[in-house]
Design a protein around this ligand. Structure first.
Ligand code: NG1
Ligand code: ZN
Length: 533
């Protein structure tokens, strides 16, 4: 197997820990950073094979553990259009990561090469980046060995956000085509999004400064660069939790996941009534907004609120544009608050579907729509314009200045949205633009609907593999009869809803419940958790 001749030698530098098995899940590989060296090395090998299987198109590798604690790390592959790795390759990743010896590793690689009929003469092309985690440099070095072992043409983008890497991959693979996405450089990224934002807000009132909790992660320096490129009174930001240099601070008591899970302001931020606040997560692919009312009560505007805001604005523009054939739809997961779903269906009158947890599933559903908005409740999402929608817009002939304005805004919104993946910076600009266009405060945005009280619990079980679901993860098919118990508990509570699913990123089972009142909701959540345990 001449093509893998160097693998054993490189692999000896990155031995697999004997007692750990790795699994490529919803977020790639993710676990304690110090245990991941062999896995990241092997992801380098897989990225090279993936690129060869795509005739040398550029594949991305991102080293990050997102909102997880600083000691964790992770790695995931990015496919040519900037989307998550095709699901059929996840099994290869898991097999290759778990090969016990160099011989087994080479055999596992050979199996992939054969199954995918990979042409060894194609030069693999890979780009990679990492977040600010302390384990990042060592893992990056392991990745570089994996890439070198297969003679990869590889380029590092250094320390950037996850969505920036996705953007670069898409730009590189679409350069020179009709679908060219942008310049594959930091300048290109900032210029594209800042430019589209300024087109949308021009002539509107200047917004007050936006306070950003950057989770002490890579979003902090990057959003400062974005604001500098925009250099405009329309984008005044104040970055909080922007310390990427002090060990232990990443995601600690701050960031989008903390704010969403705890329903409270992050460390280091005192909310002044009337001001606007948002939090990124550690790799800046999630965002949530929040504010304090005049009684200093905290209000969260999560992914569901962001998705309904964007869907509302898109729907308004589609109507104003007077163009036949454009249709906005919304994709949610079972974690979407029940009142957001009712609002989309009954008030906005837009089609909505549920997908399984994990953005790749939402992305896939949104691709089936004409204009698809998708968000997880935790703030991870974006919107997609289908080729059909783009063709319709291109062919549109406005009859009035108002129609022309609406069509121009739809184009600007499309440019402002990172279509490859959910992106905190791009989503932030979309929200800011919609608020500026509507002249809304966060409280006015929040008026659309009131969240039902909800509770998310994590239950540690002996074997989460016995928990199997169907119906976009809302119904258990195993263990036997547990779903009947959940149904009976739900039936007792007005507006009750609950489901149980195994986590794809942690060794735990998640229980979600909502109900008309906080007391009923909590009682339901704990009763279901008790049944699971
Ligand atoms: P799991 O661990 O499968 O629940 C979590 C999030 C997902 C998604 C992934 C990837 C919740 C309840 N779950 O998945 O939405 O973001 O991590 O990061 O927020
Ligand atoms: Zn993230």
């Amino acid at each position: 197997m001449a093509r893998f001749a160097s693998v054993a030698e490189y692999s000896a530098k990155h031995p697999k820990p004997a007692d750990i098995s790795f699994a490529y899940g919803t977020a790639g590989f993710r676990t304690v950073g110090s245990t991941l060296e062999s896995t990241v090395f092997r992801v380098g090998l897989l990225a090279a094979l993936r690129s060869q299987s795509k005739q040398g198109r550029v594949i991305g590798v991102m080293i990050t553990a997102s909102h997880n604690p600083e000691c964790d790390n992770g790695v995931k592959l990015v496919d040519p259009m900037g989307e998550m790795l095709q699901q059929s390759w996840e099994g290869y990743c898991t097999r290759v990561a778990n090969a016990a010896t160099s011989d087994e590793l080479v055999a596992a690689l050979a199996e992939v090469a054969e199954a995918e009929a990979i042409d060894a003469d194609v030069t693999p092309r890979v780009v990679y980046a990492r977040d600010t985690r302390p384990s990042g440099p060592l893992l990056q070095a392991a990745l570089e060995d994996g890439l070198a072992a297969l003679g990869t043409d590889a380029v590092s983008f250094g320390v950037v956000t996850t969505p920036q890497l996705h953007y670069y991959v898409r730009c590189l693979n679409t350069a020179g085509t009709a679908a060219a996405y942008g310049e594959p450089t930091a300048e290109g990224y900032f210029a594209k999004y800042a430019g589209a934002y300024l087109r949308l807000v021009e002539g509107k009132q200047h917004p007050s400064p936006l306070h950003i909790d950057a989770a002490n992660g890579v979003g902090a320096p990057e959003v400062r660069k974005l604001a500098a490129v925009a250099a405009s009174p329309y984008l005044q930001i104040e970055v909080h939790n922007g310390d990427t240099g002090t060990p232990g601070k990443l995601n600690s008591g701050c960031g989008a996941d903390y704010v969403k899970s705890n329903q409270r302001a992050p460390a280091g931020m005192v909310l002044a009534p009337g001001s606007r606040y948002c939090s990124f997560d550690g790799d800046a692919d999630r965002i949530v907004y929040y504010y304090a009312d005049e009684h200093s009560t905290f209000h969260l505007l999560d992914g569901d609120k962001i998705s309904t805001l964007i869907a509302t604005y898109l729907r308004d523009l589609v109507v104003a544009a007077g163009v036949e054939g454009l249709q906005v739809g919304v994709v949610q997961t079972a974690y979407a608050n029940g009142n957001s779903t009712s609002y989309i269906k009954d008030t906005l009158r837009l089609p909505t579907v549920f997908a399984k947890t994990g953005v790749k599933h939402l992305h896939h559903e949104a691709e089936q729509m004409n204009i698809g908005v998708y968000f997880e409740a935790n703030g991870h999402g974006t919107a997609l314009f289908s080729p059909a929608a783009v063709a319709t817009l291109r062919a549109a002939t406005p009859q009035t200045p108002a129609q022309q304005d609406a069509i121009g805004r739809l184009w600007a919104l499309r440019d402002l949205i990172n279509e490859s993946v959910g992106d905190a910076m791009s989503d932030m600009l979309v929200v800011e633009a919609v608020l500026a266009c509507k002249g809304w405060t966060l409280a006015q945005w929040d008026e659309a609907y009131t969240d039902l009280p909800s509770r998310l619990l994590k239950v540690i079980v002996q074997d989460r593999a016995i928990f199997k679901t169907t119906n976009a993860e809302q119904t258990l098919t195993s263990p036997p009869h547990l779903q009947d118990t959940v149904d009976a508990l739900v039936a007792r509570v007005p507006r009750g809803r609950a489901f149980v699913r195994p986590s794809g990123t942690e060794d735990a089972v998640r229980v979600y419940a909502e109900a008309a009142t906080r007391a009923d909701c909590d009682q339901l959540a704990y009763a279901v958790a008790g049944a699971v345990f």
